[in-house]
Design a protein. Structure first.
Length: 407
């Protein structure tokens, strides 16, 4: 197959050297033969000189038009044969090399066509050129040796290099495919390990939290004090919510094993499936952290998975503010766009003393876990201190994510 007409002939100096080398060698050989034979003194010698120089010059575009150049060489060689056989002495060039039936540039042209053009077309044209050069109807050892040297050997070298390149390409593709498959297997193994750990965590924690919920429910029913019953009910509700969140987490990790994948589309969102940010803000205000909520756009156009992720971002951010910046005025800004949701949680400096015992609680990986959760739905999270004091968390989420989808 020929190269594109606009493609460069070479990309490096080394490639340019090997591309121009055959042109220089062919031209040098022609000069040697011309010096040995002297200036052309017959029309046949003049025509042969012109044809040889033209074909040597056309070696410049041999990779762009390999088939056409080989076909032109075959046509010229056939014309040589016709004129020398039936030219009645008009065309009898005085050449001293073995096969006068093919131009001097023929080996380079044959090799290039077999290597770069289609193997069937290139081989067929080379075979036809060999018949013209070898003249099997007039057996001559010198002529056959010349034809083998000028046509057969370059064709065999071209076929060998073509097969070698095809083999190398196939082995490279196979190695890359094996590497990709190995990577997929490793990813699958890690995913399976996450599923196993999630299931074990679910089994252990669910058992303990379920016992807590049952005890709290019993206490809420039997306790004589109204305040105790209210506290027990709050504890029971918190335990139920923890169980729901744990079930959701395991569902995300087991996404590839779930048979009941939710396929909600935008506009078909169950508002009850998305936690309400107002509850978080009320809880925060009750412990002395005033929060201003600003909403822009229509939250109904987002999927539940995005709403829950935004809820977790606000929840974790407010928890960190209560620990490290108690009393700091806080602003939560949620902008619902056409294809994304922008969420910013920004707080000022603390207005109350920091409780050192409370600030040291937690795993220390809150933001890292939050970033992982955001990336799980295809979003991005940036967080850091503000120039004037305080802290800011900025999150960008896609507006729609299939329920339980892992990105």
């Amino acid at each position: 197959m020929s190269r594109h007409a606009d493609a460069p002939l070479w990309h490096t100096r080394r490639e340019a050297f090997f591309y121009l080398l055959p042109v220089g060698v062919a031209l040098a050989l022609w000069v040697l033969f011309a010096v040995d034979a002297g200036l052309p003194d017959t029309p046949a010698d003049a025509l042969d000189t012109v044809v040889s120089l033209v074909l040597i010059g056309l070696l410049w575009v041999r990779r762009r038009h390999p088939t056409a150049l080989l076909a032109a060489t075959l046509a010229v060689s056939a014309l040589y044969l016709v004129l020398m056989t039936w030219g009645a002495g008009f065309f009898s060039p005085d050449l001293d090399f073995a096969s006068p039936w093919v131009p001097l540039a023929t080996p380079v042209i044959v090799y290039n066509a077999v290597l770069h053009a289609g193997p069937v077309v290139g081989t067929a044209l080379a075979a036809a050129l060999y018949l013209v050069a070898a003249r099997p109807w007039e057996v001559s050892t010198d002529v056959i040796l010349g034809a083998v040297t000028m046509v057969v050997l370059p064709a065999l070298i071209g076929l060998y290099l073509r097969a070698h390149r095809t083999l190398v390409r196939a082995l490279t593709d196979r190695a890359e495919r094996a590497e990709r498959e190995q990577h997929l297997l490793a990813e699958r193994a890690r995913a399976d390990e996450r599923v196993r750990l999630a299931e074990e965590m679910h089994d252990v924690v669910t058992h303990r939290v379920s016992l807590m919920v049952l005890h709290a429910g019993a206490l809420g029913v039997t306790a004589p004090d109204e305040r105790v019953r209210a506290a027990a009910e709050g504890l029971r509700a918190a335990g139920c919510e923890a169980l729901d969140e744990l079930r959701e987490l395991v569902g995300v990790l087991r996404n590839h094993q779930r048979a009941d994948i939710d396929t909600d589309e935008p506009g078909e969102v169950d508002p009850g499936a998305v936690p309400d940010l107002s509850t978080l803000l009320a809880e925060s205000a009750s412990v002395g952290v005033p929060v201003e909520l600003v909403r822009e756009g229509n939250p109904a156009l987002t999927s539940p998975a995005v709403g829950r992720t935004a809820y977790r971002v606000v929840q974790e951010s407010l928890t960190n503010i209560r620990k490290h910046a108690p009393g700091a005025p806080t602003r939560v800004h949620v902008r619902y766009g056409g294809d994304r949701v922008r969420l910013t949680v920004r707080n000022d400096r603390a207005t109350a003393p920091v409780d050192r015992g409370l600030s040291r609680t937690g795993s220390g990986a809150g933001l890292a876990g939050l970033r992982q959760r955001v990336e799980l739905v295809g979003g991005t999270l940036t967080a850091g201190p503000r120039a004037g004091g305080g802290f800011e968390v900025d999150v960008v989420l896609p507006a729609y994510v299939p329920a339980g989808a892992e990105r």
